[in-house]
Unconditional design. Structure first.
Length: 188
């Protein structure tokens, strides 16, 4: 049977994809951040000299949730474009950059590899640019949904470079031990 799907059927197919891709990408990104103790709750990170351009912690959570949501929608559009030329390579490129993205928090925050983190984020940026170009050939809107991610990756690359420059021995930095600051008074 060679029937063409109606626009309603196509929308439902896209929604089914989005209901899988968006929560999955957001959840995995959040999980990687939690497992690697990323952000300002990480004592090693707080002990680093940080550039003044680095935003407060809440900005990272809001930004990544938004960006992962946009990535999930973008991927759903490409997954829904069955039969589109170049779809397979576009999906592969997306997965490569996403896996690299998920590897960044454990490398930077977990393994404390600032310089390798810089190289990895530059790779992620390059792979995301390639992915965006490939997506544009299939669905222009899917490519446009990648643009905020490219902007954020560019900003994050600059911050990572600055952290690397400010902390030449950051990989070996030992954060100060936590203390309770309990004082006992004289003569008590």
């Amino acid at each position: 049977m060679n029937e063409i799907a109606s626009s309603g059927q196509l929308k439902m197919s896209f929604l089914r994809w989005a209901l899988v891709t968006v929560p999955l990408i957001v959840a995995l990104g959040s999980l990687m951040g939690v497992l690697s103790n990323s952000g300002y709750s990480n004592r090693w990170f707080n002990a680093l000299d940080l550039p003044p351009s680095i935003p407060p912690g809440w900005v990272f959570g809001a930004a990544w949730t938004t960006l992962y949501t946009l990535l999930g929608i973008s991927l759903a559009m490409i997954l829904n474009a069955r039969g589109a030329p170049g779809r397979g390579i576009a999906i592969a490129a997306f997965l490569i950059q996403l896996i690299a993205n998920y590897a960044w928090p454990p490398l930077f925050f977990g393994a404390r590899e600032i310089t390798l983190g810089l190289y990895l984020i530059l790779f992620i940026l390059a792979a995301a640019i390639v992915t965006t170009i490939l997506f544009a050939r299939i669905r222009k809107v899917a490519a446009w949904l990648m643009v905020p991610y490219l902007v954020w990756l560019s900003f994050a690359s600059i911050i990572t470079f600055q952290v690397d420059q400010l902390n030449p021995d950051g990989e070996t930095l030992v954060p100060p031990a936590a203390s309770a600051n309990i004082r006992f008074g004289q003569g008590e």
